[in-house]
Design a protein around this ligand. Structure first.
Ligand code: LLP
Length: 416
């Protein structure tokens, strides 16, 4: 179905583990990741860029579990972070600070201080105000702050408007003109060290031509700033390569992305940085859930399951498609049904008018492609404890984050 996910004797397996075993031991809803699938996707991506010196900085926002980060660190990954919390996680997972980049439009002074103190590779600066603040922080710490400017190349990646970031109308980055002024300004500021340039055009991109268009524009810009004596070593091309959310959808090979970017980087003689998140973790995880009730109303069938929009919010937020498979293969009859969660909102829909096998109460399901932006976007809405995270390795599995308990829900509140 996807690498490492398959049916054997009518049971859905992830690596060598029948997912039913996980559901029975840990209950539902439960996030399950496969170490083998993480390795598969990381290597497929990273090796595509072998022709140039590069660092694959995993986008921690897509999956922040420390054990997941450790698996990737062992494969050589760095980290793309957007908060002190993410830097803390990456460092805890043992990721070398020299492989950590720090992005985000709204970094606070304490966050810049934390990042600089820990000696990260570079701060991806998104505004003039931030650049000046970074200089101030550098001065306080008596350390020149390595930075890149995030430029906004104004290309259309043709993806969901909420996750398309490289258009002029988006809040991210600065225009080329502004960026040039900022690099020039930085030359006069003692505590700043320009080391790179950064762009990220959006997420879930399957038309790789947008990457070339952006990379070409940024390469021209690098040449221009170099002519002012500003040396740029790192060319950070962001993340955003899409995945297939349906087993029959084409997977864009990472090689195709590499073909667009590598020649440009070679010519510039830069070290390439990439920030994939979804591409590495997305299809390395599933969310297990159980059918609680089958509700029929006139023509309509509702499968009410125990995972809701608080556990996996992508469906409600982006109207995203996630493929759903029963843990026990059923080949016979199908029915068109809505799969809905238990949350008190009409938008709590996991699948809309989907052709699915006929299910009964108690049946177990896997919601696929849930390894990225799944658990990290989960909340306690409706006071629901968040699900556990499980990591499969071969024929073994273990809990890498426990299911939250009722007590966790109120542990920071004044009770009496
Ligand atoms: N680098 C930067 C600067 C980013 O803003 C992002 C994602 C990435 C890298 C990683 O992008 P990826 O390779 O995972 O596409 N919650 C949304 C996705 C938001 C992405 C935000 N930025 C979703 O569930 O689709």
């Amino acid at each position: 179905i996807f690498p490492k996910l398959y049916y054997k004797s009518k049971e859905l397996f992830f690596e060598d583990v029948p997912l039913k075993d996980v559901a029975e031991r840990e209950g539902t809803p439960t996030y399950v990741y496969s170490k083998g699938a993480l390795q598969y996707w990381f290597e497929e991506f990273d090796s595509a860029f072998n022709e140039v010196s590069h660092t694959t900085c995993f986008a921690v926002k897509s999956n922040s579990n420390i054990q997941v980060l450790k698996v990737l660190r062992e494969l050589g990954a760095g980290a793309d972070t957007v908060s002190v919390g993410e830097i803390f996680r990456a460092l805890t997972a043992g990721i070398d600070p020299k492989k950590i980049v720090f992005a985000g439009v709204g970094k606070r002074e304490d966050e810049l201080t934390y990042a600089l103190e820990r000696g990260i590779l570079m701060v991806n600066v998104e505004s003039e105000g931030e650049l000046l603040l970074l200089n101030k922080v550098g001065e306080k710490l008596k350390r020149r702050a390595p930075f890149a400017i995030r430029v906004n190349p104004d290309v259309n990646p043709k993806t969901h408007p909420y996750i398309s970031t490289g258009l002029k109308s988006a809040k991210f980055g600065v225009t080329f003109d502004r960026a040039l002024e900022l690099y020039k300004k930085a030359k006069e500021l003692r505590w700043l060290n320009p080391v790179g340039v950064h762009f990220h055009i959006g997420s879930q991109i399957t038309d790789v031509s947008a990457f070339r268009e952006a990379a070409e524009k940024v390469a021209e810009f690098v040449k221009e700033i170099r002519s002012f004596g500003i040396e740029i070593e790192y060319f950070d091309a962001g993340g955003g390569l899409g995945i297939n959310y349906h087993p029959d959808e084409r997977v864009v090979p990472a090689k195709e992305l590499a073909e667009e970017i590598v020649p440009i980087v070679k010519e510039l003689d830069c070290h390439l940085i990439l920030e994939p998140g979804r591409r590495i973790a997305g299809n390395a995880g599933v969310l297990l859930t159980r059918v609680l009730y089958v509700k029929k109303r006139e023509e309509k069938t509702f499968y009410i399951v125990d995972a809701g929009m608080n556990d996996l919010s992508r469906l409600a937020l982006y109207n995203a498609y996630h493929h759903i498979l029963p843990l026990e293969e059923k080949k016979e009859e199908t029915v068109v049904a809505d799969v809905v969660g238990p949350i008190c909102e009409t938008g709590d829909i996991l699948a809309k008018e989907r052709e699915l096998p006929v299910l009964k109460e108690g049946d177990l399901l896997a919601i696929l492609s849930a390894g990225a932006y799944g658990f990290t976007m989960a909340s306690n809405y409706n006071s629901r404890p968040r699900p556990p995270e499980v990591l499969i390795d071969g024929d073994k599995f273990r809990v890498i984050r426990e299911r939250e308990k009722l007590g966790d829900l109120i542990s920071r509140e004044e009770v009496l």
